[in-house]
Design a protein around this ligand. Structure first.
Ligand code: PRP
Ligand code: MN
Ligand code: MG
Length: 180
């Protein structure tokens, strides 16, 4: 699996450091707000698990499964809700946790939905932001790293469902997806 990676972009340690930094900000910003922290499955699971342990105040968590990419390397632009939230969002302060924002279509759809359901506030925390590819006016509130326009995998990010379990984020060798 590691041999398919051209270059490690963010190491386990760099991710740990940036998560700690964001955790301090979230602890301050959400003190006494008891936010509902939403993990966008599946990519955000690793970042979610790490970031909530760095928030030192009351939080509730929930999961939503939406998918736009399917098996392709490029977003189809269609966002499907596969699993909805279990918890009502009306009047809640919402923090969405993502692994990466690419075109922004996934988050645009989610933010619209949560506002329609009368959330008190909606903020976005993402490990990676790829602003070069943005097609929607989505601006994350908390960002780990701004990532170059490369196909990245690891730490939750997949190619055809694989590589999510890499402890770091790396660039996938182009021959891996060109030959598939
Ligand atoms: C990926 C990624 C984000 C989204 C970003 O999810 O995890 O959720 O795409 O792309 P966008 O900004 O262009 O919408 P994907 O749909 O591949 O599902 P997954 O998390 O289960 O891999
Ligand atoms: Mn995702
Ligand atoms: Mg994916």
């Amino acid at each position: 699996m590691n041999e398919d990676i051209k270059e490690v972009l963010y190491s386990k340690q760099q991710i740990e450091e940036v998560s700690k930094k964001i955790g301090v900000q979230l602890t301050n910003d959400y003190a006494d707000k008891k936010p509902l922290v939403i993990c966008v499955l599946k990519g955000a699971v690793l970042f979610m698990a790490d970031i909530i342990r760095k928030i030192d105040t009351y939080v509730e968590i929930d999961f939503m499964d939406v998918s736009s990419y399917g098996e392709a390397t490029v977003s189809s632009g269609e966002v499907k809700i596969i699993k909805d939230l279990d918890v009502p969002v009306e009047g809640r302060d919402i923090l969405i946790v993502e692994d990466i924002i690419d075109t922004g279509k996934t988050l645009q759809c989610l933010v619209n939905l949560l506002k329609h359901r009368k959330a008190a506030s909606v903020k976005i925390c993402t490990l990676l932001d790829k602003p070069e590819r943005r097609m929607e006016g989505i601006i994350p509130d908390y960002v780990g790293f701004q990532v170059p326009n490369e196909f990245v995998v690891g730490y939750g990010l997949d190619y055809k469902g694989m590589y999510r379990n890499l402890p770091y984020v790396g660039i996938l060798k182009s021959e891996v997806y060109e030959n598939n």
